[in-house]
Design a protein around this ligand. Structure first.
Ligand code: IMP
Ligand code: MG
Length: 173
């Protein structure tokens, strides 16, 4: 059994998501939002965020694989499951669980921009700026965290711990 140390408590995560939703509600007043969740890590975050949105919103999901080991990505990204809907003319917000090296997003953003959305913003629950190797402009960040491997709230370690309601760190024995 691994030991998980809590980094960000459930109440803090929930409160921060409400703040981000409130900001999005203000900034998108009078518009419709199309949320794009990146499977599987962002699912919990997208759902909690969407529940707090008062502007009309639709949702779609995309799955990408980034070759690498369990704890870091290589930058070679492949679309495993594309979006179901066309995003042309839509105000899209790409929702991620975490930005680490930035490699996944530096592939996804140009790919989505080629499809001519009305706008594309980026929202991430967690950001590890110390690990960045590619520049990405993030519009909404839940929490900036230090360079530690985290799980919970959708994030996994070898597919485990996504269901934890808080953000934690797996302590290696
Ligand atoms: P990037 O391409 O290096 O920015 O990697 C982003 C992806 O790597 C995220 O969407 C996660 O799926 C995964 N990832 C990066 N850091 C962590 C972590 O600390 N815990 C769990 N998954 C992570
Ligand atoms: Mg991910």
């Amino acid at each position: 059994m691994d030991t998980i140390r809590i980094m960000i408590e459930e109440e803090k995560v929930d409160a921060r998501i409400r703040e981000i939703a409130a900001q999005i509600n203000r900034e998108y007043e009078g518009k419709e939002i199309h949320l794009i969740g990146v499977l599987k890590g962002s699912v919990f975050f997208v759902c909690e965020l969407a529940k707090r949105l008062t502007v009309p919103c639709t949702m779609d999901f995309m799955s990408v694989s980034s070759y690498g080991n369990e704890k870091s990505s290589s930058g070679i990204v492949r679309i495993r499951k594309d979006l179901d809907e066309n995003i042309e003319g839509k105000h899209c917000i790409l929702v991620e669980d975490i930005i680490d090296s930035g490699r996944t997003l530096s592939y996804m953003i140009p790919t989505l921009m080629q499809r001519n959305p009305a706008s594309l913003k980026l929202c991430t629950l967690l950001d590890k700026p110390d690990r960045r190797v590619r520049d990405v402009a993030v519009d909404y960040v839940g929490f900036e965290i230090p360079d530690e491997f985290v799980v919970g709230y959708g994030l996994d370690y070898s597919q485990k711990y996504r269901n934890l309601p808080y953000i934690g760190v797996v302590e290696q024995e």
